[in-house]
Design a binder for this molecule. Structure first.
Ligand SMILES: NC(=O)c1ccc[n+]([C@@H]2O[C@H](COP(=O)([O-])OP(=O)(O)OC[C@H]3O[C@@H](n4cnc5c(N)ncnc54)[C@H](O)[C@@H]3O)[C@@H](O)[C@H]2O)c1
Length: 377
């Protein structure tokens, strides 16, 4: 299967920033021509999910990749990190910063993030603040990171108050997506990644939603052709949405559909794996659609279609499905205060008029929201 290149560019008057996303099968062990121009004559710090350096794991692409790096640069330093949201913390960030500095990096040094969204987010953030900013490359290894977090330059860590509150916008030099890496991904993580794929259909492209609805069985069976199609389409939709709004001053916020609820739900689980990001967002998207219906923006048929698809994907669709954490209306409202979309203490939500059309709802009425949550919990 041939690899595809998608270009991410920004209509930013201050810079003509753009970078390629390479998508293919077996791209990592076969990436010599792509990677050599990025790593030659540079110190490389490879921040990777420790899963890939475990002796017992069957995915050998990582070892081949390290050999390729060593062929083109004399300085390759590895920093293994655990996957899972607990890693996105100040202490783990500090560990990366201190280790990187001990390798005597300079401004020409390059970080490569090899892992899921957690590794990409924390490594990208480290790259944005080391020596006031060095370059980095994303090699995403989960479906979620291939379709979402590796593209667009949002980097960061969590705070005890809520998710992703400490971070920066720092675009990568390139993104290399190898579908073959998903082979070792646990089914639960794979399905959680599909939530963000469905999200693109819901906010921007009804036909894409129809396609996923029609092909969900093959997608769940890791059909490579279909997987490549949905990954490429997701990256294209994301780059289309962010190209006019790199720093989320407007339309980029649509990508947050379901995330205000989702981030709150996720933080109740204290990032210990009881509820993972995609699962929390699945419930969050269903809640956003139900709230849209309650406020008469969207029809019941549309809401049911969305919930049915998530059910077919065996994802949680309601707060009542989440038994592992204790959620109350007042605790949810408290979490919403830390949402980055809020302005002047007013809550902002992403809602839908139909599948394929989201909008930004500012100044959300607190009474409506409270009654809604009381009914849902
Ligand atoms: N920056 C952004 O724009 C953005 C967008 C969406 C989500 N996110 C962030 O992404 C994070 C979630 O990302 P994630 O779901 O990739 O989580 P993750 O990085 O924790 O990976 C999930 C699990 O899969 C394991 N893993 C990774 N690759 C594997 C592979 N190929 N085979 C087997 N196991 C593998 C990890 O060790 C971990 O246990 C959240 O912190 C979320 O906030 C960021």
């Amino acid at each position: 299967m041939k690899s595809e290149i998608i270009n991410v560019s920004f209509n930013n008057k201050l810079s003509d920033l753009s970078y390629p996303i390479f998508v293919g099968t077996n791209l990592v062990p076969d990436c010599e021509t792509i990677i050599k121009k990025f790593v030659q004559n540079r110190k490389v710090i490879l921040i990777h999910d420790s899963f890939f350096s475990l002796k017992k794991q069957k995915n050998k692409s990582f070892n081949v990749f390290v050999k390729i790096l060593i062929k083109y640069t004399s300085s390759v330093n590895l920093i293994p990190m655990s996957g899972g949201d607990k890693t996105k913390s100040m202490s783990q960030l500090n560990l990366i910063l201190e280790k990187s500095l001990s390798f005597e990096i300079d401004r020409n040094s390059l970080i490569i993030a090899f892992g899921g969204g957690v590794i990409g987010d924390i490594a990208g953030f480290a790259a944005s603040i080391l020596l006031r900013g060095i370059n980095y490359i994303q090699i995403p290894t989960t479906l979620l990171s291939q379709v979402d977090s590796s593209v667009g330059g949002k980097t960061g860590i969590n705070s005890s108050k809520s998710k992703n509150l400490i971070g920066s916008f720092h675009q990568p030099l390139a993104v290399i997506i190898d579908i073959e890496l998903l082979k070792s991904l646990p089914k639960r993580e794979f399905v959680a990644g599909l939530v963000e794929v469905v999200k693109y259909g819901l906010i921007h492209d009804r036909k894409f939603f129809d396609y996923i609805e029609l092909n969900y069985k093959e997608i769940l069976e890791y059909d490579k052709k279909k997987l490549k199609e949905i990954i490429c389409e997701s990256c294209k939709i994301k780059s289309e949405i962010i190209k006019n709004d790199e720093k989320e001053n407007g339309q980029r916020a649509l990508l947050n559909l379901g995330h205000t609820f989702g981030h709150a739900i996720e933080s109740f689980g204290k990032y210990d794996g009881k509820i993972i990001h995609g699962e929390a967002v699945s419930v969050g998207i269903c809640l956003a659609f139900k709230l849209s219906e309650k406020m008469n923006f969207c029809s019941q048929d549309e809401v049911e279609r969305v919930i049915n698809l998530f059910k077919k994907l065996e994802l949680p669709t309601s707060l009542k499905n989440i038994k592992s954490v204790s959620i109350t209306t007042s605790k949810m409202l408290e979490k919403f205060k830390f949402d980055k979309k809020n302005k002047n203490n007013q809550l902002t939500f992403i809602l839908n008029t139909k599948i394929g059309e989201s909008f930004i709802k500012n100044n959300m009425d607190l009474n409506i929201l409270t009654n809604f949550l009381n009914d849902e919990i």
